[in-house]
Design a protein around this ligand. Sequence first.
Ligand SMILES: O=C(O)CCC(=O)C(=O)O
Ligand SMILES: [Fe+2]
Length: 204
Amino acid sequence: MEQLSFFSEAGQTPGLPGEVLEYLPGFISAPEGYNMLSGMIEHTPWTQKIVKMYDKEVITPRLSAWYGDPEGLDYNALGKSTPLTWTNELLRLKKLIEPVAGISFNSVLLNYYRDGQDSVTWHSDNETVMGSHPVIASLSLGQVRPFDIRKKADHSEKYTIKLEHGSLLLMKGDLQAKWDHRIAKSSKTMGARLNLTFRKIIGQ
Ligand SMILES: O=C(O)CCC(=O)C(=O)O
Ligand SMILES: [Fe+2]
């Protein structure tokens, strides 16, 4: 029975640190969210990245696409590829989210988790190009997946939050500096999920 009561009603482990994560369920209505989900899955020019890990080339277990402001930054000088041009839908979402996040964004990374085998491993988005304490706004559509965080200095300090369809998660404060996060693989049958992380690249 212990296992069953592990998650509170909202699907979070107790004690989630509010100074680094703010969860806003129902930010986008369910029907609108499902429209976006199917439209974006179909129309986004998805790519599957290959990353070098310990000298081995590993194909990332998800599809992604990166959009951003075409001007104002020399992306290649920052070691990044040139972003795709904002779609009207992504610009509308950006404008909807900015007042809630309290900052303006200049890019968004889309991740497409096709099923439970797609995932993102433990990492933090602590790139210097976003500054030391970035605010990142993460919109989830489709399949509910658990988002785990753990303290870099003490892996036993760990929390989970179930990211529901249409929810917005604000990552802020020390989250990228002091914590890692992931979307774990699951052996359960799972449908498609999209995650959009709105980011502000400020340069070196
Ligand atoms: O899919 C998610 O909820 C998280 C994605 C993520 O961590 C990232 O894109 O850096
Ligand atoms: Fe991340």
